[in-house]
Each structure stands twice: as structure tokens, then as C-alpha cells.
Design a binder for this molecule. Structure first.
Ligand code: GLN
Length: 501
């Protein structure tokens, strides 16, 4: 049952900032309410792997004190409770990438993205569950167990996945266990979990957010971004997270626009592309219908629609699943029992490495290391890795061409609504197919966003994806807000866990 205090957990971040300034509620009251909700809900949802209770309360107290002194000059996220995917290093707070191999690792440094959030006034609640090293599409590969979506199918008790790899972030935002969350996206891990939980997720252009202090999966594809309750919240969170950082040589030295100002600018005059190659075989009719609905909404608001061709789309998934494991196999070489986390002793140093890595990594991570090492090995490098890199260039070129004619591209985010926990774990290839609409964006380094657009026949969320030109996140915010407005307020997940045993 919801208490009066619990109601404050349902207020979006931008609205909360206004309530603070009007002295309607204090950051400390809000923090206490959210922590109480986490206590009640997290045992069922498993979104948090660490709740930083003491530092959250201390931060909220500080924010409350500051508010009583000078409310006019406070930063935009002042006193807003935000949670962090466990892939971001947080100084003094356990950071595990949800892998056994990082057990007991407490960073002595703070990632650039999280430091920027704290600079802008946000207060950390805790660390969120994810697929081990962000490898997965359902949050079922975490060492700390699966995250359970706060959503359920109509009349059915089956536990659903919250998407992955940022499943803790999407579930925590959807279940109102924080006001917003950080996430990372290597092949869809911000957009896909956002789509299946009815939340907004944006992966900005590669280089927009610093990767410094984020546990690396595939360095040429990884980007950080927010998962938020609505488009406006996503805009203020991304504004805080994005920056130029000399510590990440791939971070771009360009001003970060005011994304919130783009929200509400409308879509009049924009041309939206519909890529014909995304009409894949076996796409659920309701996904196809949602896509068409999106087209109608944008047309009605004054956008022009144009079919575009992204010819090499069919190669995106196979080439992604070569490039990403190749980079992962190299990045994960550092977990050797010497520098971080777990150590399993052995008779000599080699057997110590072997024992540590055998015990420390889960099955999916081992599969990626094996594939990655294979495609990089002598004799296979040209046949697989090099070919995948060439395809990557062709995929990027398709987008460059399309963007000479259109301002943004509209597609579904996922080929299906959320599936049940355990439904796809037996078949890795079927699991990889979930990423069919999202990986192209990472391969081309472009910004991509998922916005809730409706519910499936089962009563679970569906999202539409927007793809933009490099560093043109603003257009995505404009189009996303237009879709959000047209879709109207969607149903919220029921608090079914209050009845759970
Ligand atoms: N599902 C994809 C994978 O497993 C993408 C994951 C991600 O974006 N981190 O590689």
C-alpha cells in the first residue's frame, strides 16, 4: 500500500527541483521516502546491489541545509536522488560490474560522469544491478542474480526481464526507486531496457560523455547516458553527464547544448527517415503497428516522412558480435587476480591467473572472451575481425548518406516486448537477436534514444527508437517529446510486490 510519504517517490526530477525551491518538501524527506521504498521493493525487484544509505542521507542533509540558505543559485539536480549502474567507479563505494571477479573492489577514484552529476547537485542513492560486465540483453548474467521487472503481463504472474544490460537502472527508474539513473550502452543497453520498462533512455554520440572511470566492455562502442522517467528528465540528466574530459582521449571538446531547451520545440520542418531494412522477418505485428503509429503522430505534428535505405543493416548484428567480443577479450585481460578484486591462489603465478579467471567470470563473459580471442588470433583476424571492421565502415556510410536527406530516423527499439526470466537463457543467439535494432547505432557512433510509445497486447511497455546525426542529440529530444506528448500518459506498473510473500 502506498503511504503519503511514498507519493513523493513518483514525482519526476524536474518537478522535484521546483518543489524544493518552493519549500514544499526537503531533499532529506525525499531521500528518506525513497530509501523506505527501496527497503520495501528491492528484495523483490533486485535492482540495487549496494544501497549507500549513510552517504545518501548525509548528502540529502547537506542539500537541505544549502537549500535553506540560497535557493536561487543552486545547480539543476540539487538534492535529486540518482542511482548509478555498478559499472561506474564511485570513490569509496564498492564497484563490481556485477562480476565475481571484482568482488571486494572499492575504487579510490570517481568516474568523470558521476563526478559531474554530484557537481550538478545530484545525491547518490546506490549502485544498480547489471549484466556481468554489461554483456547481455536481459540482466540475467549478473553475479548478483536477475533483476525482476516491475511490470507484469496482464493476468499473469510470470517474472519478466527489465532488459539489459542496464536492467537495474531501468527497473529502479520504472519502480520509482530513484529519480533517474546512469546507464551504459555498447550495443543497446540503455535503449533496450528503457523500451521494455516504459522509461526514456538516451545513448549520446560516441565521445559526448567521458568513459573515464567506467568499467570497459568494448571501448570503441561504449557510451554512458541516462535512463529517466520522461524526456525532460533525460535532458537535464544528460546535460549534467556530458562533458569534455582530457582523461578520455575519445571525449569530444565541444560545448554541451542545453538539451532541456530543445524539449518542446516541436517537429515542424523536420524530416524523419524510415529505414526499409528494419522491416525484418518475424517482427511482431504489434511492433510494426506501433512504428506506423509513430509515423502518424509525427506527421500530424508537422514532420515530413521519408523512406531511407540502410543497405548493410543485416550485417550489423554479426559484425557487432565480432567487434564487441574482440575488444572485450582485450579489456578483460586486466582481471588477473593481481590488480583488482578476487584472487584464487595457485601453485604458481600462471595457475593463480587461471584459477582467478575460472572462478571470477561467469559463462557469458567466458563465451565473449573465447570468441574475441578467436577472431583476433592469427589466421582468423583477416577473415573475421578485419571484415567486421570493414562492415562497420559501410554501416556508418549508409547513415551518412541517409542523413543528407533526413534529420532523424525512427525505428522500433526492440523486436518484441519484455520476455520472461529464463525464456531465452538457453540460446545465446536468440538473446543476441534482441539487439537487432540497436547495435547499428553503436557501430556508427551515433546518438540513439528510446521513448515509451505504448503498451503491448500483454499490457507491457513498447518503445520507439530515434537515431540522430553525430552530436545532434537536440533533434532527438525534440522528436522524443513529440512522441511522448502524442502517446499521452501511459499506464504505470502496479505495486504488485506489496502483495508478494
Ligand atoms: N546486448 C548487447 C551485448 O550483450 C549489448 C550490451 C550493451 O550494450 N552493454 O553485447
Amino acid at each position: 500500500m502506498r503511504t503519503h510519504r511514498d507519493d513523493i517517490c513518483f514525482v519526476p526530477a524536474t518537478e522535484l527541483a521546483r518543489l524544493y525551491r518552493a519549500r514544499k518538501v526537503s531533499p532529506l524527506e525525499v531521500m528518506q521516502a525513497v530509501l523506505a521504498r527501496i527497503d520495501a521493493v528491492n528484495p523483490t525487484v533486485n535492482a540495487y546491489v549496494t544501497v549507500a544509505r549513510e552517504s545518501a542521507l548525509a548528502g540529502a542533509r547537506r542539500a537541505t541545509r544549502l537549500l535553506s540558505r540560497k535557493s536561487s543559485t543552486l545547480p539543476p539536480l540539487h538534492g535529486v536522488p540518482v542511482s548509478i549502474k555498478d559499472l561506474f567507479a564511485t570513490k569509496g563505494i564498492r564497484t563490481t560490474a556485477c562480476s565475481h571477479v571484482l568482488d571486494g573492489f572499492t575504487p579510490t577514484y570517481e568516474s568523470t560522469v558521476t563526478a559531474s552529476l554530484w557537481r550538478d547537485g545530484a545525491v547518490m542513492l546506490g549502485k544498480l544491478n547489471n549484466d556481468e560486465f554489461a554483456m547481455g540483453s536481459s540482466n540475467e548474467t549478473s553475479h548478483y542474480g536477475p533483476v525482476v521487472s516491475p511490470w507484469r503481463r496482464k493476468g499473469c504472474d510470470a517474472k519478466l526481464i527489465p532488459g539489459g544490460s542496464s536492467g537495474g537502472s531501468s527497473a529502479a527508474v520504472a519502480a520509482r526507486l530513484c529519480m533517474g539513473a546512469t546507464a551504459t550502452d555498447t550495443g543497446g543497453s540503455i535503449r533496450q531496457p528503457a523500451a521494455v520498462t516504459g522509461t526514456v533512455g538516451i545513448k549520446p554520440t560516441y565521445g559526448r560523455c567521458s568513459r573515464w572511470g567506467i568499467v570497459a566492455f568494448a571501448s570503441s562502442l561504449d557510451q554512458a547516458g541516462p535512463i529517466a522517467r520522461d524526456v525532460r528528465d533525460a535532458a537535464i540528466l544528460l546535460k549534467a553527464m556530458a562533458s569534455h574530459d582530457p582523461k578520455d582521449t575519445t571525449s569530444v571538446d565541444a560545448p554541451v547544448p542545453d538539451y532541456e531547451a530543445a524539449v518542446g520545440k516541436g517537429v515542424k520542418g523536420l524530416t524523419i527517415g524510415i529505414p526499409k531494412e528494419y522491416r525484418v522477418d518475424g517482427m511482431a505485428p504489434e511492433i510494426e503497428a506501433l512504428w506506423q503509429q509513430g509515423v502518424e503522430w509525427l506527421k500530424a505534428q508537422g514532420a515530413k516522412i521519408k523512406e531511407v535505405s540502410l543497405k548493410h543493416t543485416k550485417y550489423a548484428l554479426p559484425s557487432y558480435y565480432i567487434v564487441a567480443p574482440a575488444e572485450a577479450s582485450s579489456n578483460l585481460a586486466r582481471y588477473d587476480g593481481v590488480r583488482y578484486g578476487l584472487r584464487e591462489e595457485g601453485s604458481d603465478v600462471i595457475s593463480m591467473y587461471e584459477n582467478t579467471r575460472s572462478a571470477g567470470f561467469g559463462a557469458e563473459v567466458k563465451r565473449r572472451i573465447l570468441i574475441g580471442t578467436y577472431v583476433l588470433s592469427h589466421g582468423y583476424y583477416d577473415a573475421y575481425y578485419l571484415k567486421a571492421q570493414k562492415l562497420r565502415t559501410l554501416i556508418k556510410r549508409d547513415f551518412d548518406e541517409a542523413f543528407t536527406e533526413v534529420d532523424a530516423i525512427l525505428t522500433p527499439t526492440t523486436p518484441s516486448p519484455a520476455f520472461a526470466i529464463g525464456e531465452k537463457t538457453g540460446d545465446p543467439l536468440e538473446m543476441y537477436l534482441n539487439d537487432i535494432f540497436t547495435v547499428t547505432v553503436n557501430m556508427a557512433g551515433l546518438p540513439g534514444m528510446s521513448v515509451p510509445a505504448g503498451l503491448s497486447s500483454e499490457g507491457t511497455p513498447l518503445g520507439l527508437q530515434l537515431i540522430g546525426k553525430p552530436f545532434d542529440e537536440e533533434t532527438l529530444f525534440r522528436v522524443a517529446r513529440a512522441i511522448e506528448e502524442a502517446a499521452g500518459p501511459l499506464a504505470r506498473p502496479q505495486d504488485w510486490w506489496s502483495k508478494a510473500a
